[in-house]
Design a protein around this ligand. Structure first.
Ligand code: HEM
Length: 379
């Protein structure tokens, strides 16, 4: 591909002009470019942010965004490290085992999306935050309500309930700390007076929102990919040590549902905070820049035979968890839950199959690419 094609003039979802960056190398390079921010440099711009700041409220400008980002990452990185998460592993495994028991009881056929993919990451976040088991159901319900953008009153109610609950939980953890992120953040607050209870609640809510929908989508995607690629699924079934590679390949590869529908080319979005010269074009300060992440994940310069789903690939430098300053903070947690889930699933349900033709699986209208609203399976 000629280098000038890596940066193209396109329209964003609202029909406004934007740049689209494609090609693995360019996407990787520009995702790490500090002159591209999630907040817009012009306060009058209609879209200021592609994602709310985890400390809550609008982030005023790219500089403040950077300060907020550094602070947030410094606090959360050690709490979500592979080492720290080892103590969560047995609880994640228990959640997976319990959900698979329920799946078994409820079918066949059963809706894998509702029985496993949707609740699993929410329950894992409950454990991560240290919620008592009796509060999990309410917390998960408020979370679902809070995301109902088409019903603003319901969404507001859900968000308020979450917010009130987090306030009470933080107060409780102050007196009775546990082995969880909220207790760790309270410890951090002893050394950092800027970290208030509100700040802790924002971080907790941020983890809940960042750590749910994308994981649900990847679980559904992994299931669809394994069930439609029998030889790959057989390989994982007979050799569970392939799980780590299999999960990275699932991150990289679009699901058969995504492939059947016209793919959206944009993925992550940023705004230029300064003029940037790249490949002979100038991205002006204020310009919108979108990244064709899925295309980058199928760049033949990086992935041999890129349209083949192959869980035995040795190197899988996909960009589905972003790259650079915003690289996903929940990557270790996501990998921990996904690896255990898929290995256990295939061991416990060796004859698992789709219960309806692929074309009948309904996509989720809003939100995350490739997400479905039902995934009927039988065994
Ligand atoms: C498996 C599914 C997941 C996917 C595909 C995913 C994807 C991403 C992506 C693409 C970003 C970067 C956004 C950007 O560059 O603008 C991101 C950031 C983030 N993710 Fe994940 N994520 C997943 C799971 C999780 C989990 C389980 C958690 C936490 C419990 C989490 C927490 C975060 C946080 C806190 C950020 C913000 C990092 C920052 O802005 O610096 N993610 N994730």
């Amino acid at each position: 591909m000629a280098s000038t094609e890596m940066i193209q003039r396109v329209s964003d979802t609202q029909g406004r002009p934007a740049w689209l960056v494609s090609g693995h190398e360019r996407v990787r390079e520009l995702l790490a470019d500090p002159r591209l921010s999630r907040s817009h440099p012009n306060p009058g711009h209609p879209v200021r942010l592609t994602q709310p700041g985890l400390f809550g409220g609008p982030i005023p400008d790219p500089e403040a965004e950077l300060a907020d980002l550094h602070r947030m990452r410094k606090l959360l990185t050690p709490l979500l490290s592979a080492r720290r998460l080892e103590s969560l592993r047995p609880r994640v495994e228990t959640i997976v085992d319990t959900l698979l028991d329920e799946l078994h009881r409820s079918g066949p056929p059963a809706d894998f999306h509702t029985a496993v993919a949707f609740p699993l990451p929410a329950l894992v976040i409950c454990e991560l935050l240290g919620l008592p088991a009796q509060d999990h159901a309410d917390f998960c319900r408020w979370q679902i309500e809070a995301k109902q953008v088409s019903k603003p009153a319901v969404a507001r109610g859900g968000l308020q309930s979450l917010w009130r609950y987090l306030g009470t939980l933080i107060e409780r953890k102050r007196w009775v700390p546990g082995d969880d992120v909220i207790s760790d953040l309270l410890d951090a607050a002893n050394l950092d007076p800027q970290l208030t209870d509100d700040g802790i609640a924002h971080l907790a809510a941020g983890l809940l929102f960042a750590g749910h929908a994308p994981v649900v989508a990847i679980i559904d995607r992994g299931m669809l990919l394994l069930l439609t690629h029998p030889e790959q699924r057989a390989a994982l079934q007979s050799d569970p040590t392939l799980a780590a590679q299999a999960i990275e390949e699932i991150f990289r590869f679009a699901s058969p549902i995504e492939r059947m529908r016209a793919a959206r080319r944009g993925g992550l979005t940023r705004y230029a905070s300064a003029d940037i010269e790249v490949d002979g074009v100038t991205l002006r300060a204020g310009d919108t820049v979108m990244f064709a992440v899925q295309e980058a994940n199928e760049d033949e310069n990086v992935f041999p035979d890129p349209k083949r789903f192959d869980i035995t690939r040795e190197r899988i430098p996909h960009l589905s968890l972003s790259h650079g300053a915003h690289f996903c903070l929940g990557a270790h947690l996501a990998r921990l839950e996904l690896r255990y889930l898929f290995v256990s699933l295939l061991q416990r349900f060796p004859a698992l199959r789709l219960a309806v033709p692929l074309e009948e699986i309904p996509p989720l209208r809003e939100a995350v690419a490739g997400a479905v609203s039902e995934l009927p399976v039988a065994w």
